[in-house]
Design a protein around this ligand. Structure first.
Ligand SMILES: C[S@@+](CC[C@H](N)C(=O)[O-])C[C@H]1O[C@@H](n2cnc3c(N)ncnc32)[C@H](O)[C@@H]1O
Length: 937
């Protein structure tokens, strides 16, 4: 079957008659293909069941059809996805499947200035070249990639650019991989399913990922901009200072007008605050009338009553006044104050009727987090955000683009035009020191500043057009590679086990209110997001962190369903709150994914480092896999048995990288450390409703017996040779940073210290005090009586000197000789029997790490002590416990879990303040799973 890289355009006569293959059918032309599938979509839209899908965008059939280009893109759930997979996917066959990849653990850092990346902005974007590195690593050409939260579709661009990478990118990927000793990648396009809840997002995505005739686009866009000039160019003319030449306005600066709180004089903010010489806006300035010192907080807001151009009724809005004009005469740029003639033109424009294309619908202010920033200033409807002149320009621009008959070309023209909406709205701030006034709105919020740059459409779009054409000449999307759907990721409508890899960048907590922000552009398309299933924390929409976690869990469960077993998912996370981080991890684990590594972008060093604590401060990349079917099947049979646990560890170790090196240093692979392996084993059991068959000590002992270790990390026997060989190639092993911020991390820290060297309390205490940053609600255990006494042993000066202390003493030549004389050439494993007072004194009061048998006894004692504390919490009558020993709660939850006593977990969890529960990943896990299990029973 041959596919045509085909981009029909208005003037592309040849392309029009070329036959097109699509989903196994041959069409006489691309128009015929489109007509056929539009008809099918139209039929589908009449089906009430289809329209009832949760998250179905809000819009009429006609408006949805107008921007859709089926089967590739639909501004609603895409009913052709299954057919796409059937035709181009490879079915999963457990018998023949031999896929294996180690997680991608190399450095990834990519800039955000690439031409195609900036071709259309979105509230957050992942650089496609970063995504492409992951896609190249995890997939082969033709594989099916998925991004369920695809935003502007950068994952699609990444998947497609693997076919024809630019030479610099290709070179850097190949050299990086060679340096890191990673297998060579196979170049070639991957297919991709892009999905997002928001039609504004999928519309951008579709225009990035579906081919179009770039020359035809350039010609049409140029024509539209020229015709716009002929029609409304007069609105953007101003008199040059020579009194005869007409200047072309680039932008007009508007200022909010306030009142002085002392003398009520009107204050044109920018006139008083802007220092024309330095171009800085002063924080404070004197009132021109009464000289009292003023600043932004002291000024009183003034409202003016206008006639709303949509309703012709009075409308109150903050007072705004034009003050400065930046204009060009030929190539020279000038600045002037607004004069009478300018005001007259503005008055004339105000008399004109509002163009029909301008949306006049209301913002859902009550349900918007930023509603309180808009409504009090008078901005309650979309058209309020545009000054009269901007409304005339945009209205005309939009309807010109909408009039283009060819759907593909029309869509790309709308994609081009919508780039100017935010800049042409009152959200665009005046930045006197900015190189350009374009895109000067505050990202991620609806914020109307006191100074506004009202830019001309040509100032925004002429340069943009050139850049867009350049970028799309280089990046050419390929037909039939990307299918785009507008839907919730919780219901992707894809077949089971059909996806080879997931790269995804979900919304993170409450940073960015996508549905609210996309409302502005979606109002122009008249197809809007159904914010119901939006995964977000948003007070205004009554969604808290638990709701977010729940929504994300549904989406991850859907990811789990559609991903082939043994395949990978990469999740990008930008948020600095550990509670949100914990929620997303729990959602992922509850969906049965297994995390194989977390790395963070170190912006200063430009490299990714592993993350081992919940203290998240940077952007993270989480790598997780869907366990193989045989592991899940065997686990079901062996659930809760030791063999089940070791089987899991065996397959988990198989999935982890064996060796990671960077600039001559090798990295400690956190996931291979005993305590993280223990945590993963516990999580694996809990998420599958199983009891945990091994205590920590038994687990560590079993791990040591079964899996050889190097540098504190555990390996499968057949991985050891590779590690040893590669370890010889580097000088240094980079240690992990350990944060001491709770009881379990403190124990790990002490273990690390005492393994290297037995120490006295006096030696340990100052180091401990320096390291620890305890969270205040967690009751801090006493270092000597609890942390040390419950987990380690101290040599009191009588009996045998423990082996570990003897080994340490032997580091001194003096003691070495003495010890040699006592024990000869056959040292006993049980320690050193001696009366030598010098040796006994040297060893006395040193804390050391217990051997496995001693550790088991200690663990039992410790567990008993912690359970006693937990029992107090369980019986406490207080509604909320204030300061809690979290380790006691973790231990209590574990015991209750083993006893299937979910009620105890739920009841005690409810006594713990919500934020504490959300800050602790382990408590959150027990609680979340107890809720699930209790609901099931
Ligand atoms: C961080 S952005 C993705 C940005 C994207 N990586 C890019 O480069 O443009 C997250 C996206 O998730 C979408 N979203 C939120 N809840 C969703 C849900 N339940 N299903 C699908 N998409 C959702 C938002 O509309 C937003 O576009």
């Amino acid at each position: 079957m041959t596919e045509h890289i085909h981009a029909p355009g208005l003037f592309d006569a040849e392309a029009r008659i070329e036959k097109v293959e699509c989903l196994g059918m041959t069409f006489e032309s691309d128009e015929a293909r489109r007509a056929y599938f539009l008809e099918q979509l139209w039929e589908k839209l009449k089906d009430p069941e289809f329209r009832e899908i949760e998250g179905f965008p809000i819009g009429t059939d006609a408006d949805i059809l107008a921007i859709s280009d089926p089967p590739y893109y639909t501004a609603c759930p895409n009913p052709f996805l299954k057919a796409f997979i059937q035709h181009y996917g490879t079915p999963y066959d457990p018998e023949t499947d031999n896929y294996h990849r180690e997680p991608y653990a190399a450095d990834v850092s990519e800039g955000k200035t690439d031409g195609i990346f900036t071709a259309h902005s979105y509230h957050t974007k992942v650089p496609h070249k970063a995504a492409a590195r992951y896609i190249l690593h995890y997939t082969n050409p033709g594989d099916m990639v998925l991004d369920g939260f695809s935003g502007s579709g950068m994952t699609g661009v990444a998947a497609q650019m693997c076919a024809k990478p630019d030479p610099d990118f290709k070179y850097s990927v190949e050299t990086e991989r060679q340096a890191a000793d990673l297998p060579t990648v196979q170049w070639g396009a991957r297919r991709v399913v892009l999905n997002d809840l928001s039609p504004a997002a999928t519309f951008i995505s579709a225009n990035y990922n579906l081919p179009f005739d770039v020359n035809a686009f350039e010609r049409e866009a140029t024509r539209i901009l020229q015709e716009l000039k002929q029609e409304i160019g007069w609105m953007y003319e101003t008199n040059h200072t020579d009194g005869k030449t007409k200047g072309q306005i680039n932008y007009t600066v508007w200022s909010e007008v306030f009142a002085c709180p002392e003398c009520s004089t009107e204050i044109v903010f920018l006139k008083e605050a802007l220092d024309l010489e330095t171009k800085r806006v002063r924080d404070s300035f004197p009132c021109p009338n009464c000289s009292v010192e003023l600043n932004k907080d002291r000024l009183e807001r003034l409202m003016e009553t206008l006639i709303d151009p949509a309703t012709n009724k009075p409308w109150q809005r903050i007072r705004l006044q034009p003050v400065l004009i930046n204009y060009s005469v030929g190539k020279a740029k000038y600045e002037k104050e607004v004069d009478k003639a300018d005001l007259q033109i503005l008055q004339e424009i105000e008399q004109l009727p509002l163009p029909a294309a301008i949306p006049t619908n209301a913002f859902p202010i009550q349900e918007m987090y930023h509603g309180s920033r808009l409504a009090p200033k008078g901005f309650t409807h979309i058209h309020h955000l545009f000054l009269s002149r901007a409304a005339q320009a945009l209205g005309k621009l939009w309807s010109q683009a909408e009039r283009v008959e060819d759907i593909r070309l029309r869509n790309v023209l709308l994609f081009f035009a919508e780039q100017s909406f935010w800049t042409m709205s009152l959200l665009n701030r005046y930045r006197p020191t900015g190189y350009s006034q374009v895109n000067q709105y505050m990202t991620g919020v609806y914020y109307i500043a006191s100074q506004h740059s009202e830019c001309s459409p040509w100032y925004i779009l002429v340069g943009k057009l050139k850049r867009l054409v350049g970028a799309f000449q280089e990046f050419r999307a390929i037909l039939n590679q990307a299918y785009i759907s507008t839907n919730t990721a919780a219901n992707l409508r894809l077949p089971n086990q059909s996806i080879d890899y997931i790269f995804t960048d979900p919304p993170f907590g409450e940073n960015i209110y996508y549905a609210d922000l996309n409302f502005l552009i979606e109002s122009w398309h008249r197809v809007k997001t159904d914010a119901g299933p939006e995964a977000i924390v948003d007070k205004a929409k009554q969604k808290n962190l638990f709701d977010y976690q729940h929504l994300m869990r549904e989406c991850f469960e859907e990811y789990y369903r559609v991903l082939k077993p043994g395949r990978w998912m990469t999740v990008v996370f930008h948020n600095s709150q550990s509670a949100v981080w914990n929620a997303i991890q729990e959602a992922m684990l509850a969906a049965k994914f297994v995390v194989a590594g977390v790395r963070t972008l170190d912006k200063q060093q430009g490299s990714y480092r592993q993350v081992t604590s919940t203290a998240v401060k940077q952007d993270l990349v989480i790598t997780a896999y869907k366990p193989s079917q045989s592991l899940e099947n065997n686990f079901n049979l062996e659930k809760g048995t030791e063999e089940g646990a070791w089987n899991f560890i065996r397959t988990h170790l198989q999935q982890l990288p064996v060796f990671i090196a960077d600039r001559g240093q090798s990295e400690m692979i956190a996931e291979r450390l005993d305590y993280l392996l223990f945590d993963r084993m516990v999580a694996f059991h809990i998420q599958r409703g199983a009891t945990i068959p091994l205590s920590a000590t038994a687990f560590y002992a079993g791990l040591n017996q079964r899996f050889p270790s190097r540098d504190g990390m555990h390996f499968l026997p057949d991985q050891i040779a590779e590690y040893d060989r590669k370890r010889l190639t580097v000088k240094e092993l980079l240690q992990l940073d350990l944060f001491v911020n709770d009881e379990s991390s403190a124990i790990l820290w002490l273990k690390q210290k005492l393994t290297t060297k037995p120490q006295t309390f006096a030696e340990l205490q100052p180091q401990f005090l320096r390291e620890k940053t305890w969270v205040k609600y967690d009751r801090e255990p006493d270092l000597r009586d609890q942390l040390l006494a419950e987990n380690f042993l101290c040599f009191k000066g009588d009996g045998k000197i423990p082996r570990q202390i003897v080994s340490w003493l032997k580091q001194s030549s003096h003691y070495r000789e003495k010890i040699r004389q006592i024990e000869g050439d056959t040292p006993s494993n049980n320690g050193l029997e001696t009366n030598d007072s010098e040796l006994l004194n040297a060893a006395k009061d040193h804390w050391y790490v217990p051997n496995p048998n001693q550790a088991e006894d200690l663990e039992k004692l410790r567990e008993r002590a912690l359970l006693k504390v937990f029992e107090e919490y369980r019986q406490a009558n207080q509604k909320q416990l204030k300061v809690i020993r979290l380790e006691a709660v973790r231990t209590g939850f574990k015991r209750a879990w083993q006893d299937r006593d979910y009620t105890t977990i739920i009841n005690v969890a409810r006594k713990i303040p919500e934020n504490i529960l959300q800050e602790d990943p382990k408590l959150l896990m027990w609680y979340d799973q107890a809720l699930t299990r209790a609901g099931e029973e």
